[in-house]
Write a protein that binds this ligand. Structure first.
Ligand code: ASP
Length: 441
């Protein structure tokens, strides 16, 4: 009997969690058992990284070939303009909904306050946390990016400058930043539609074939997902833990509640109302992609899987999927935007900074703008949080971001699943509005 892919992934998630817990229970006293555990963890880290590398390796050819094959089959540029308008509109509105949800919950639950005053336990946990070298390096990096994008103008212009790169090959080489590559592929495809068919058909056939090859590669890599995901999760569970988690419990609860409401209430309502589909069917269609997003914490690495699920299981056409999903994996991050908003207001509460309505409004706009620029890779939104904290003049940004980074993994996994689900909802709604028969048997 063949076990379905999502059950295989779920099973590997459960087994990996159990094994991670077992290893933690064995303690870290020097000895043969610890050597064995360390050996297994190191092997898992390499295997997990190999799996992630495989997924990332196919992103550039997949995005280029699917965007070009998709647009050249769209019968002219007119349809393309309409698609672009609808897609960006959907992404902006749903991200705003997510941010507002986070804003309401963080103000109601007030995870950074205790009896109306800044929570001393959280503050002490921030201050006492000993940062690892890796955390320090990441935060240093985030700080320098934060300094260069302090103003709204800098954030906005940064987006357009990334979109129009000087060198498309080097843009493609930047980890998780596909905006320049997508822009170039769109221009290239639109230029192709301007030439007579007989002149460009060899080129079109080339990209269509390339895309077909990439699909076969994606399926082959997806078959390895249970092993890759097992290897990714064991070290996460093994290394996770410590007092910080306890101190930040209320904050965790706020973020997870907001993400859960967006994933299980807001977006299902959106697709029910706009596409008239049963949200459960859509969850079923996307389950492998959601589990992959959750396990890898990278919406870019999940993109090949998202593309397969939406076309093979939800029935969205190649042209709609090829346009909405790569763009979504790059610019649309509902979970990340929501998380940024909650995290910034939480830090402001802990630091005793009063955030009047205008200041909170600025956080909302910044979260929207910066989430567009966040790369689809693990912990990327810490950079955006640093930018907003710095531009809102909230003190102690560095200490806070280091502490948030230390407990980021579970929240990162959860918000990445929300990010990917948001992209897939957009593809579904746009496909439906273009008259496609989605989710029908
Ligand atoms: N890991 C997230 C993603 O890939 C980005 C982030 O919020 O850090 O979608």
């Amino acid at each position: 009997m063949k076990i379905k892919p999502h059950w295989q992934i779920l099973l590997s998630l459960v087994l990996a969690t159990l094994m991670g817990l077992l290893f933690r229970g064995m303690g870290k006293e020097p000895g043969i058992a610890t050597d064995f555990v360390n050996g297994v963890i190191m092997t898992c880290e390499v295997v997990g990284k190999l799996f992630l590398n495989l997924l990332k390796m196919i992103i550039v050819p997949l995005v280029v070939s699917s965007v070009i094959a998709g647009i050249t089959s769209l019968h002219g540029v007119k349809g393309f303009g309409r698609l672009l308008g609808k897609t960006t509109g959907f992404y902006a509105v749903t991200s705003l909904l997510a941010i507002c949800l986070g804003l309401v919950l963080v103000n109601v639950i007030q995870p950074g306050l205790s009896d109306g005053v800044p929570n001393e336990t959280v503050r002490a946990a921030f201050d006492n946390h000993e940062a690892t070298d890796e955390e320090k390096a990441k935060v240093e990096n985030a700080k320098s990016e934060g300094d260069s994008q302090k103003s709204f103008f800098a954030q906005l212009s940064g987006f357009f400058l990334r979109m129009v790169p000087t060198n498309v090959a080097s843009a493609a080489a930047v980890n998780g930043q596909m905006l320049g590559l997508i822009f170039f592929s769109i221009l290239f495809a639109v230029a192709m539609t301007r030439l007579p068919l007989r002149q460009v058909s060899p080129l079109r056939d080339f990209f269509v074939s390339l895309n077909d090859v990439m699909i076969v590669l994606t399926q082959a890599i997806m078959a390895l997902a249970p092993i890759g995901i097992y290897a990714l999760i064991v070290p996460v569970v093994y290394k996770t833990g410590g007092e910080l988690y306890l101190a930040l419990g209320k904050y965790f609860f706020t973020v997870l509640l907001a993400l859960g409401l967006h994933l299980f209430v807001v977006m299902p309502l959106v697709i029910k109302i706009l596409a008239g589909v049963n949200p459960l069917d859509h969850f079923r269609a996307m389950r492998t992609a959601l589990l992959t997003a959750f396990s890898t914490a990278s919406s870019s690495a999940t993109l090949p899987v998202t593309m397969r699920c939406i076309q093979d299981n939800a029935g969205v056409s190649k042209s709609t999927a090829s346009f909405t999903l790569p763009l979504g994996a790059t610019v649309n991050m509902d979970g990340t935007a929501l998380y940024e908003c909650v995290a910034v207001i939480f830090v402001a509460q802990v630091m005793g900074v009063d955030m009047p309505l205008v200041a909170q409004f600025m956080v909302v706009i910044s979260a929207l703008l910066t989430s567009v620029g966040v790369a689809g890779i693990p912990s990327a939104s810490l950079v955006a949080i640093m930018i907003i904290l710095t531009s809102s003049n909230i003190p102690g940004a560095e200490t806070a971001v280091i502490a948030l980074l230390a407990v980021d993994r579970l929240l990162d996994m959860s918000r990445t699943a929300v990010n990917v689900f948001g992209d897939s909802c957009c593809a579904l709604v746009i496909a439906k509005s273009e008259g496609e028969k989605v989710l029908q048997g």
